[in-house]
Write a protein that binds this ligand. Sequence first.
Ligand SMILES: Nc1ncnc2c1ncn2[C@@H]1O[C@H](COP(=O)(O)OP(=O)(O)OP(=O)(O)O)[C@@H](O)[C@H]1O
Ligand SMILES: [Mg+2]
Length: 260
Amino acid sequence: MKLEIKNLTFKYKDQEIIKDLSLKIINKNFCSIIGQNQSGKSTLGKLIACLEKADSGSILLNNLEIKQEDVAIVFQNPQDQIVHFKVIDELAFVLENKNINKDDILKEINYYADLFKIKHLLNSFTFELSGGELQKIEIISSLFQKPRLLILDEATEMLDEAIKLDVINILKDYAHTKDCLILLITHDMNIAIESEHTILIDDGKVKAEGNYIQIFKQEKLLTDMKLEVPYIMRISKDCNLQFQTLKDFERYICQLKQKN
Ligand SMILES: Nc1ncnc2c1ncn2[C@@H]1O[C@H](COP(=O)(O)OP(=O)(O)OP(=O)(O)O)[C@@H](O)[C@H]1O
Ligand SMILES: [Mg+2]
């Protein structure tokens, strides 16, 4: 998967929000977009999802101009995206529109409900669910769209830390097995560090991009941008070792336990 943005500019009324922004993501499946409030992250997400139209510049997916059908986007407030009363109907909706037969729809729903641990909610009403549960429903619905590019704009923020990490790991696997590019727009540096490639946006431009060494080991860069240092970085520093993901750290602890 290759996403290439060239010299993108965008204004809301007279205010320039995206300022000649260029970036390239090549052969990566799980990336994050970070930056302080009002830096233009959500606007960039909407431009990529074709929900806004750029004033100039281009967005190419695998060398072709990006189309709305290529992209699914999930926002922070799931209530705004839910359209059905019953959870199962909300989930079935996208699949029914794809002309999939009833048995296969149920199989697909059950598989993902199991994976995301929401099977017990399938017959509930959507208005009975918590924000975090609704976020899971919206994320599953977005996967059912089978997008080539999936944007999650603060879409896991209502989940508890441990559950959030589970969902991130499911999405990582999904992105790799289905060759989908997932772009995670987030304020949570503990989640952003789980990605393969991070893009730091500041004032409508790319301030920095790269892997966790190029972004998350740069404490000054993060604090200048008013972003927190992920706790796994602090653990790495304390242990004088290098972990990127919490899974790496857990593996290390397991090995220590086995040795003792
Ligand atoms: N619909 C709109 N009309 C006018 N201005 C807007 C609109 N949406 C966003 N803006 C402005 O664009 C700028 C960038 O907003 P954007 O939502 O893209 O930032 P963000 O980085 O996603 O911020 P946050 O971290 O708070 O979600 C802000 O100054 C905001 O006020
Ligand atoms: Mg935003």
